[in-house]
Design a protein around this ligand. Structure first.
Ligand code: ZN
Length: 356
């Protein structure tokens, strides 16, 4: 029966050499834990030796048991020492490696937004008029029919007053004046002229509403409207102010022309065109879809304020004259950023807005 004791003693001796070599050659923590399992695991070498203990004679059991425990302790000790060495090596390798590319731009936790292209166009337009001496006025988007049409001398049968063109607003009580979503910012002009005395130079900007909806028309769009009223305000001043405006907005070299046109609240009326900024005369112009090969782009409508409008607002049309103008902010933004469809301006799609 002493064979079992000898077998254990020999086993411990060969195990002692083997586990030290195995632990030392383990390249990482996983390999080290596997090597340890081969000694202390369920099917490990030391576990197999322990199974022989039952066959060891009583008088030798104490010594053999102590020898087994000693080896067991050594296994744990060497294992822990090797684990520390491996962990340190791994940390050093981590520090020496270059896991982060410090040249990459940082990802901002709060990407900051920017102004909508329409807002920017609006501010730019208002800034130019402010620098030319205009004040900025304001009026409500829900407007009285009187301010929107009647005081501006719109004939009752004018197409703009048609039910199909206008969003009317229901107001409780039949006796109340008729109200609508303003169809132009010219209503601000009426409000200013009704409450203040000339000389006046006011520009206003904001949303206006008409029942249109296609690639170049939206039921809501944005206008700038302005006027100058005083003694001896002439068409020459209109041309000077508006030419200066167009050249500041589209470039000092932009060709400008005035073309006779009709608007109900001015007389005479004109449209201001600038030379197409998208094409040059020649083959490119023949293909230009923006100016439809004419070489000119409509920028704004203008004219001398009709005496009837001044009289409707309580201003002496014998003493005072004035000019007025209006333009679409959406069109300015579309021309400036080459946006082909007006509707994308109002979709609030960040993929579109992030491009500006
Ligand atoms: Zn063109």
């Amino acid at each position: 029966m002493s064979d079992a004791a000898d077998e254990i003693t020999q086993g411990l001796a060969s195990l002692g050499e083997r586990f030290r070599a195995d632990f030392a050659s383990a390249a990482n923590e996983t390999a080290l834990r596997e090597a340890r399992a081969q000694v202390l695991g369920k099917k490990g070498d030391l576990t197999a030796l322990l199974k022989l203990m039952g066959k060891v004679p009583k008088e030798k059991k104490k010594d053999i048991g102590a020898a087994v425990n000693k080896v067991k302790g050594e296994v744990e000790e060497v294992f822990n020492a090797r684990l520390t060495v491996l962990a340190e090596a791994e940390r050093r390798a981590d520090l020496n490696a270059r896991p982060y590319d410090l040249t990459l731009p940082a990802r901002s936790p709060n990407p900051s937004g920017h102004l909508h292209p329409l807002t920017r166009a609006k501010y730019d337009i208002l800034d130019i008029f402010r620098s030319l001496g205009f004040e900025v006025g304001w009026g409500p988007e829900i407007e009285l029919e009187d301010n929107n049409f009647t005081k501006l001398a719109f004939p009752p049968d004018h197409p703009a007053t048609d039910m199909q063109d206008t969003f009317w607003v229901t107001v409780d009580g039949a006796a109340r004046a008729r109200t609508l979503l303003r169809t132009h910012t010219t209503s601000v002009q009426v409000r200013e002229l009704l409450t203040r005395n000339p000389p006046l130079a006011v520009v206003s900007a904001g949303a206006v509403y008409r029942r249109d909806d296609d690639v170049t028309h939206s039921p809501m769009f944005h206008q700038v409207d302005g006027f100058m009223v005083g003694e001896d305000v002439s068409f020459a001043q209109l041309k000077g102010v508006l030419s200066a405006f167009a050249r500041r907005l589209y470039g000092a070299d932009a060709p400008v022309r005035f073309r006779a046109s009709y608007f109900p609240f001015v007389e005479p009326g004109a449209e201001l065109d600038i030379g197409c900024v998208f094409c040059e005369p020649g083959e490119a112009r023949a293909k230009c879809r923006v100016c439809k090969s004419t070489g000119w782009l409509e920028v704004l409508g203008c004219g001398m304020v009709h005496p009837a409008v001044l009289e409707h607002c309580g201003i002496d049309s014998e003493k005072y004259t004035g000019f007025a103008f209006g333009l679409g902010i959406d069109r300015v933004a579309m021309l400036r950023y080459a946006i082909p469809d007006i509707r994308v301006l109002f979709d609030n799609d960040p993929r579109f807005l992030a491009q500006f």
